[in-house]
Design a binder for this molecule. Structure first.
Ligand code: GUN
Ligand code: FE
Length: 514
C-alpha cells in the first residue's frame, strides 16, 4: 500500500504501491517501491518468498505507512504539570512548577501510579523512539525504565544529575550519591532482557540536567564516566533562555554556554542538546565539529517565551537537528505538535528576515535578534556578524546558506521528525526511514474521517482508490496531501498502529491481551 519514505533533509518519497518485507525479527529485508498488484507473485518469486512463508498485509483505503516519530527530548516526570505555568520564563518556571512536580517522584508509589499512563500516552502519540528524562530519583526512574521496556518502545532513559542551585527538597545531597545512583540506573537498564531481535531497544543515557544545576566537581565525575563509555549517550539542555545563558557563563566563567560542556568533554557525537535557542554562530561551529545534535523544541520555546531556535542556520552549519516535545515546557506529548510549531517558528524567522532586508546599518548598528530583542553586534564591516543577526543586506560578509532564514519545507519537517531525530540519537543506521537492514519502526496512519473520528483530516475521498485506476502522478499527489494533513491536523486518532522493531506496541487498533 501507500508508503511515505523520508530520504534526506530535502526529499521524501510518496509511494502509492509499495511492498516492504519485514523479517520475524522486525528488520526490513527488502523493499519494492512500486508493485503493481498483478505482478505481486513475480516480485515474491524474485525474492525467493513462497506465498505460504509470508503474511501479506494490504492497507485499507485511506491508510499509509510512514516511519515512527522520534522525540529527542522529553521529561516523563513533568507530564503531571502539562499545560500550566506558561506565563513564566524558564528559571522562574523551574522553581515554581517543575521542581515541585518532580519532587513528588521521591515516592515510588506515586511513580508507579503516574508513569504507566505517561508511557502509554507517548507511545500512542506515535513516538517510536524517545529520549526520556526521569526525575533525580533512582527508584522512580527504574519504574519508568521498566515500563518503557515492557511497552517495547525504543528509548533512552536517564535520571537527572542535579546538585547545585536547586531547592532543598529537590537536590542531590552529594556528588557521590548523584554518581552512585546514575551507575545503579545504568546497571538496572543494561540487565533488562533484550528484545526478541537480540538487540536492546532501551539504553541508559547520562543526564546532567543543565550546567546551572551541576557543580564543577559533579561534571568532572560525569565526564569521567562518559570517557570510560564512549557509546554512552548524553543529554542536557543548552542556551534555552537568555537569563539562563548569562547565569551559566558567569557560574563557569566561560565566554559561551557550549564552552561549559566542552570544558568537561561532554560534547560528542552522541550528545543530545535541548533547545539551542540562543546559540551563537561560533557555538554552532563547535557543535558541528564535535558532532553533537540539537533537540529543537519549538512548542516549549514559544510556551516559555524562550525564543525561536535558528534551525535553518544550524542545518547550514552541519549541526544535526531533531524534534523534542520537552514536556512540560511544551504542552503536548506529540511530535506532530512540534512539526506544526517548527513550521510556524521558521515562518516567523523568515518574515523577520524579510522585514529586516533593507539594512539600516551604517556601522555598529543594532538589529532585532531571533528572540525579538535589540541585539548589537560588534564584529564585521557593518559592525555586526551577519549570521548572528537577522539582517539580510547585501554585505560581503554575509554567506547565506540553503536553510538560514528560510521556511522549513514539508520534506524538512518530516526529516526532523524522523531521520533527523534518528541522527541526533546516533541511530541513523537503524531507524528514521524504510531501508533494507533497518528496523521496521513505523506508524499505520489513517486519514479516513469515518474510520478515525477526526474530521480535521478530511483528505480521504472514498470515491477514489489509490491502488486502482489512478495514474501514479495523481495518486502521488493525494498521498502527499494525506501526509501534509496528517502532520498539521492529525493526532492520535489517526494513528492506528505504532510499530517498533516489527511489533505493534500501540495505536488505536492496539488492544493487548490483559
Ligand atoms: N533546563 C533545565 N531543566 C529544564 C527542564 O526541566 N525543562 C526545560 N525546558 N529546560 C530546562
Ligand atoms: Fe527540557
Amino acid at each position: 500500500g501507500p508508503v511515505i519514505n523520508p530520504q534526506s533533509v530535502t526529499d521524501y518519497l510518496a509511494l502509492p504501491q509499495c511492498l516492504i518485507c519485514v523479517s520475524p525479527q522486525g528488520d526490513i529485508e527488502w523493499i519494492v517501491e512500486d508493485v503493481e498488484s498483478t505482478k505481486l507473485n513475480d516480485v515474491l518469486t524474485q525474492h525467493d518468498c513462497a506465498p505460504s512463508d509470508i503474511t501479506l498485509v494490504r492497507l485499507d483505503d485511506g491508510e499509509f505507512l510512514m516511519p515512527g516519530l522520534v522525540d529527542t527530548h522529553t521529561h516523563a516526570c513533568q507530564v503531571p504539570n502539562l499545560g500550566v505555568g506558561g506565563e513564566m520564563e524558564l528559571l522562574q518556571w523551574l522553581d515554581n512548577y517543575t521542581f515541585p512536580t518532580e519532587a513528588r517522584f521521591k515516592d515510588v508509589k506515586y511513580a508507579e501510579r503516574a508513569y504507566p499512563d505517561v508511557v502509554r500516552r507517548i507511545v500512542n502519540s506515535g513516538t517510536t523512539t524517545c529520549c526520556y528524562y526521569g526525575s533525580l530519583h533512582l527508584e522512580a526512574t527504574k519504574v519508568l525504565a521498566s515500563l518503557v521496556h515492557a511497552a517495547g518502545q525504543r528509548a533512552f532513559v536517564g535520571k537527572c544529575n542535579m546538585n547545585w542551585n536547586c531547592p532543598p527538597n529537590y537536590i542531590e545531597p552529594s556528588v557521590k550519591e548523584s554518581v552512585d545512583t546514575t551507575l545503579a540506573l545504568f546497571k538496572y537498564i543494561e540487565e533488562l532482557p533484550k528484545a526478541t531481535c537480540g538487540e536492546s531497544l532501551l539504553h541508559p543515557i547520562l543526564t546532567p540536567r543543565f550546567a546551572i544545576s551541576c557543580t564543577e566537581e559533579l561534571l568532572t565525575r560525569l565526564s569521567e564516566i562518559a570517557q570510560k563509555n564512549p557509546k554512552l549517550a548524553i543529554q542536557t539542555h543548552i542556551s534555552e533562555n537568555k537569563s539562563e545563558v548569562e547565569l551559566a557563563k558567569s557560574l563557569f566563567k566561560t565566554n559561551s554556554y557550549a564552552e561549559v560542556y566542552d570544558k568537561f568533554h561532554l560534547l560528542r557525537d552522541n550528545t543530545v542538546l535541548a533547545h539551542g535557542v540562543h546559540l551563537t554562530e561560533d557555538e554552532m561551529m563547535l557543535l558541528a565539529k564535535r558532532g553533537s545534535g540539537v533537540a529543537h523544541c519549538p512548542t516549549s520555546n514559544f510556551y516559555l517565551s524562550s525564543g525561536m531556535a535558528r534551525v535553518g542556520m544550524l542545518l547550514d552549519h552541519g549541526v544535526k537537528v531533531g524534534l523534542g516535545t520537552d514536556v512540560a515546557g511544551g504542552y503536548s506529548p506529540s511530535i506532530l505538535t512540534e512539526v506544526q510549531h517548527a513550521s510556524i517558528a521558521s515562518k516567523m524567522l523568515a518574515i523577520q528576515a524579510t522585514d529586516n532586508k533593507k539594512c539600516k546599518c551604517s556601522g555598529g548598528h543594532s538589529e532585532l535578534s531571533s528572540s525579538g530583542e535589540e541585539d548589537s553586534h560588534s564584529r564585521g564591516r557593518h559592525g555586526h556578524k551577519h549570521h548572528e543577526c537577522q539582517c539580510d543586506c547585501e554585505c560581503n560578509e554575509k554567506q547565506p546558506g540553503r536553510f538560514t532564514n528560510q521556511k522549513l519545507s514539508i520534506a524538512t519537517l518530516l526529516y526532523l521528525a524522523t531521520l533527523g531525530g534518528a541522527g541526533v540519537c546516533c541511530l541513523q543506521d537503524r531507524i528514521g526511514s524504510f531501508e533494507q537492514k533497518r528496523a521496521f519502526d513505523a506508524l499505520l496512519v489513517s486519514v479516513r474521517e469515518d474510520d478515525t473520528g477526526n474530521p480535521a483530516v478530511w483528505g480521504y475521498n472514498p470515491g477514489r482508490d489509490l491502488t486502482q485506476g489512478v495514474t501514479a502522478q495523481s495518486a502521488d499527489k493525494s498521498l502527499i496531501e494525506w501526509l501534509e494533513r496528517f502532520l498539521f491536523c492529525g493526532d492520535d486518532r489517526n494513528i492506528k498502529k505504532v510499530i517498533v522493531q516489527g511489533r505493534t506496541i500501540g495505536g488505536r487498533d492496539y488492544h493487548p491481551a490483559r
